[in-house]
Design a binder for this molecule. Structure first.
Ligand code: NAD
Ligand code: MG
Length: 386
């Protein structure tokens, strides 16, 4: 039993969009939470600034070339400094850590999250790619090591909040999607969009990778897969509904036809804070929802003809095995290529579909299979683009 007063939080990816907002939550509730570990990939300047202000036990910089820079910048403080991917995997297992906020981006989040689960830590999960790639394995590990996985993704937090107090099964999940910046564009227009346009999300300010995934609807496809593993529902029980105002964060329908939705202003600090404080709710300074100001909530069918990634994700989920891992790897490569102006917006789906056809299928993958699959799918995707 934890008799300490403050919960100690390790943030994987503290310099990112989720990481910095998590630190705002911790600062607002410094009587309850402590930033025990901060980590970043490359951003030395911000990591050092965060460490100076939050005084964690340790920091990890994933890029080993930056180790000396971080160490020297913090030399006057009693903060341990480590570097490298293995250090990330070890630090999450440290005994005093209560909660690991998995807020790294992409496949790189899988291994440290698995290690945190093996140490029985509570996982506040933002890194959806972990569940997309290896949802079944993650659930098995979480059962075995009695680790709780609490969703941070706003839609999944909404569903989780709707389930509080319920003991009856879910009939259907209504997963809302903003539709992104290109919701109303024709296919001809989509063929011409630039990364600058894609990076302007109408409702959320997020890291570049997830912002592109939102524009291409791959983010929603990933969230369908994430919901399948978090809530144990079949793909047919998950309905995506486009809701441009991003006020209804998602909803659950039960056997009697009742639908419970969670609403609020789009602000990731609320789901982050709920994952930290669950099952309690803490007072917050976040902007309150004023329905008169919103005045209109609208809902549309998603268009999988214009946004093919959504169908590709459903297909990957239905085929199972390593197919979602293939989907994720191909998407990471195409997402990066689009951000570097090496491929067009619509070509991303073409490449992903090709990789799903070409990469070897494994029905019951082990962790080693996932590593091989990830590498092989990236190779095929890279060749496809070249
Ligand atoms: P971001 O790009 O803003 O931040 C990513 C963080 O991870 C940074 O701190 C970076 O230093 C670190 N990082 C990146 N690659 C790494 C590596 N190889 N090794 C170690 N650290 C690495 O991303 P974000 O928007 O904060 O998203 C983080 C995760 O949360 C993603 O999986 C995303 O899908 C998910 N998520 C984000 C939001 C959001 O509002 N930003 C909402 C829902 C889910
Ligand atoms: Mg989301």
């Amino acid at each position: 039993m934890n008799t300490k007063e403050r919960k100690r939080i390790a943030i994987l990816g503290s310099t990112g969009s989720i990481g910095t907002q998590a630190l705002q939550v911790i600062a607002e509730h410094s009587d309850l939470y402590e930033a025990y570990v901060l980590t970043a990939n490359n951003n030395v300047e911000l990591l050092v600034e965060q460490a100076r202000s939050f005084l964690p036990e340790a920091v990890v910089i994933a890029n080993e070339e930056k180790y000396v820079q971080v160490r020297d910048a913090l030399a006057d403080l009693p903060i341990k400094v480590y570097a490298g991917a293995d250090a990330l995997c070890q630090i999450v297992q440290e005994k005093p850590v209560d909660i690991v906020l998995a807020a790294m981006v992409g496949y790189a989040g899988l291994r440290p999250t698995m290690n945190a689960i093996r140490a029985g830590k509570t996982i506040a999960l933002a890194n959806k790619e972990t569940l997309v790639v290896a949802g079944e394995l993650i659930n098995r590990l979480a059962d075995e090591y009695h680790a709780d996985i609490l969703p941070v993704d706003s839609e999944h937090s909404a569903i989780f909040q709707c389930l509080a107090g319920e003991v009856s099964p879910i009939e259907k999940i209504i997963l809302t999607a903003s539709g992104g910046p290109f919701r109303t564009l024709t296919l001809e227009q989509l063929a011409m969009v630039t990364k600058e346009q894609a990076l302007k999300h109408p409702n959320w300010s997020m890291g570049a990778k997830i912002t592109i995934d939102s524009a291409s609807m791959m983010n929603k496809g990933f969230e369908v897969i994430e919901a399948r593993w978090l809530f144990g529902v079949a793909p047919e029980q998950i309905q995506v509904v486009v809701h441009p105002q991003s006020i209804v964060h998602s909803a659950v329908q039960f056997a009697d036809g009742a639908v419970k939705a969670q609403m609020g202003m789009p602000d990731m600090r609320l789901p982050i804070q709920y994952a930290f404080s669950y099952p309690l709710r803490l007072k917050s300074s976040f902007e309150r929802l004023d329905l008169f100001r919103i005045s209109e909530l609208t809902f549309e069918q998603p268009d999988t003809h214009r946004f093919r990634n959504l169908s590709l994700a459903y297909e990957a989920l239905r085929r199972g095995g390593n197919m979602p891992c293939i989907l994720n790897a191909a998407n990471e490569v195409t997402n990066r290529a689009f951000l570097e102006d090496r491929i067009g917006f619509l070509q991303m789906s073409d490449v992903i579909e090709t990789v799903m056809q070409k990469a070897p299928f494994v029905a019951s993958p082990t962790y080693e299979d996932y590593m091989q699959t990830d590498a092989e799918a990236r190779r095929i995707a890279t060749n496809c683009i070249a």
